[in-house]
Design a protein around this ligand. Structure first.
Ligand SMILES: Nc1ncnc2c1ncn2[C@@H]1O[C@H](COP(=O)(O)OP(=O)(O)OP(=O)(O)O)[C@@H](O)[C@H]1O
Ligand SMILES: [Mg+2]
Length: 580
């Protein structure tokens, strides 16, 4: 059981008082006893002397035996014994054994002694005095004795008084002890309360400073310590917040586990990437909270081996993303591995654009190769002699010229696309009348439509205006109509319509052509994508037109989409916002 200082102080105080009382009582009792005994012995001795003097009066006339009854009348108490002993040493009354005081009395001296008396079986106070005869010779001796126990009886009478005094002393000691200990423990208790408040995080709390020297020092030291603690904690907190801000603000995802694989840290990028709930995930095993087992395994490996590892996780490990993971162990001051930290970078876009770049190179090379091969073939035939036949050489040169045109278009489109993709193109924004633009484009392409035996129609409300780059819009429209004409068999029709929607203009190009299959539909806006390569090769398309169109529409803040049914027709629709 824990005892309070207060209780300990009071009890030791009481113990001390009891001890002092016991010692004092023992000493006082001893001293009183001695003093009482000597007083008592004096009384007994005086008695013996008085009796001896009285007996002297009668010693000449009667013998001691006769005087005995008279002597007994002088007994002042029942337990007192008065013995007269004649000169021969015989007692004339009660027995009186040989004893030092008797010997001295026979030698003419009065004397006394406190000793054990075998006859009565108790300690008694003895006194003896000589009885002188008429001739001044010793006629006998008177011996008086009384029990020493009387002294104790006398002392015992004082016991209640002593007890009361002790009790009062104890009560006083208790009260004083309580007050004194209260005086000492209160500052300690307050110090304790302050310490408790600080332990719950209230670092502004201070202990009251007591004026007692030691407690004052304790209080001041405690407060200084708290100051330092508050300061240190504030510094640590700021440092931690700084670090947290840095880690949480990182674009790379950071995940840390301790040596048991428990999740210790997840920054914002990590919770986004791993789709984890930080509140539920922290403090739980990484294996339970992180989807897929590759990342937890890497963290475990780094913790177990103490080595840095790097790996690229394919889609499926962390959702559908491609993630580059660098995993490193972290150590304590002794160099012991106490966990691992992984930095994850979402490289999906990077890998995607890398792939696109590779594909682009392959595609461009391929597209360049076809016309170049053709040009080279015809040039060699001409050099081999065909040049001498004018009709043949004219036909071949026409083909060479058209292949060169195709090359120029391809290079122009590529340049255009690369500028649009790198957002290096600035739009020349003006107020554009949409109906006029559509009419102009349709008129421009009408001969092509007629040449292919197609009906090209337009329907546009007259006063619809947008703020846009007129040439770029014409480029989009031209490409869409050109596609519609290109991919619609003879006898079909192409409709260009303009509609005013909520703060934007919708322009659609529909045809009754061969349509685009559902498998190709999502890809038609990708560069170099052609739905039917074998057939469109002949049409001379490069597959860049729609990619360019999408970039132009999006640069205006609009959207482009396509609806199509195989063998029924296709509708391309794009919007241009009017507030831009
Ligand atoms: N109206 C349409 N009907 C059917 N297929 C179409 C239509 N418009 C586009 N496509 C398909 O989408 C592909 C991509 O069109 P895009 O305009 O980008 O390329 P292209 O017309 O082949 O070449 P370019 O326009 O560069 O000369 C086409 O090759 C074609 O397969
Ligand atoms: Mg096209």
């Amino acid at each position: 059981m824990m005892r309070s200082i207060r209780w300990k102080l009071t009890s030791s105080y009481l113990l001390l008082v009891v001890l002092v009382l016991v010692i004092v009582t023992a000493y006082v009792t001893q001293a009183l006893h001695r003093s009482y005994v000597s007083t008592y012995a004096y009384v007994v001795a005086t008695q013996a002397k008085v009796i001896s003097l009285m007996m002297r009066e009668y010693a000449g006339k009667r013998n001691l035996a006769e005087l005995q009854p008279m002597a007994q009348t002088l007994k002042w108490r029942k337990e007192a014994i008065i013995a007269l002993i004649d000169a021969t040493g015989r007692s004339t009354g009660p027995d009186a054994a040989a004893s030092p005081e008797l010997e001295k009395a026979f030698a003419g001296e009065e004397s006394q002694a406190v000793r054990f008396d075998p006859a009565t079986g108790e300690t008694r106070v003895f006194a003896a005095a000589p009885i002188l005869g008429p001739d001044n010779r010793i006629a006998g001796v008177v011996q008086v004795s009384a029990p020493e126990a009387w002294v104790w009886r006398q002392l015992r009478r004082m016991a209640p008084a002593l007890g009361t005094a002790s009790l009062l002393g104890l009560v006083a000691a208790f009260i004083v002890g309580m007050r004194l200990s209260r005086r000492i423990t209160r500052p300690l208790e307050e110090l304790g309360h302050a310490a408790e408040r600080i332990s719950t995080g209230d670092f502004a709390s201070r202990a009251p400073v007591d004026e007692t020297a030691e407690l004052e020092r304790l209080g001041r030291t405690f407060n200084r310590m708290t100051d330092r603690l508050q300061q240190t904690i504030a510094e640590i907190t700021t440092e931690r917040k700084k670090l947290e801000a840095i880690v949480s603000g990182m674009t790379d995802a950071v995940v840390a586990t301790d040596r048991h694989g428990t999740l210790m840290l997840l920054n914002r990028a990590a919770t986004d990437l791993l789709r984890a709930d930080p509140a539920g995930a922290l403090g739980r095993p990484a294996r339970e909270t992180i989807q897929g087992d590759r990342l937890p395994a890497m963290l475990e490996d780094a913790t177990a081996s103490g080595r840095i590892t790097a790996e690229e996780l394919p889609p499926g490990s962390v959702g559908d993303r491609v993630v580059e993971v660098h995993c490193a162990p972290y150590r304590d001051d002794q160099g012991e591995v106490i966990g691992a930290v992984a930095v994850l970078r979402d490289v999906t876009e990077l890998r995607h654009s890398e792939r696109l770049r590779r594909e682009l190179t392959a595609n461009v090379s391929h597209e360049l190769r076809t016309p170049l091969t053709s040009i080279k073939g015809f040039t060699e035939t001409l050099l081999d002699g065909a040049v001498r036949d004018e009709a043949t050489s004219r036909r071949f040169l026409t083909i060479i010229s058209s292949e060169a045109d195709r090359l120029v278009k391809l290079v122009d489109d590529l340049l255009d696309l690369s500028q649009l993709e790198s957002k290096r193109v600035t739009l020349d924004l003006r107020r554009v009348n949409v109906a006029a633009l559509v009419a102009h484009t349709v008129d421009k392409l009408q001969p092509l439509a007629q040449g292919s035996g197609l009906l090209l129609e337009q329907a546009a409300p007259p006063e619809v205006w947008v703020t846009a780059d007129r040439d770029r819009l014409e480029q989009v429209l031209t490409n869409l109509i050109d596609n519609a004409l290109k991919y619609t068999p003879t006898g079909g029709r192409v409709d260009v319509r303009v509609a005013q929607a909520d703060r934007e203009v919708e322009i659609s190009v529909s045809d009754t052509g061969k349509g685009i299959g559902p498998a190709d539909l999502p890809h038609v806006f990708e560069r170099f994508y052609r739905a039917d390569r074998s057939r469109t090769r002949g049409s001379g398309g490069t597959g860049l037109g729609l990619a360019i169109a999408r970039h132009i529409v999006e640069a205006h803040g609009g959207r482009i989409r396509v609806d199509s049914l195989l063998d029924e027709g296709t509708t391309f629709l794009f919007t241009i916002p009017q507030n831009g």
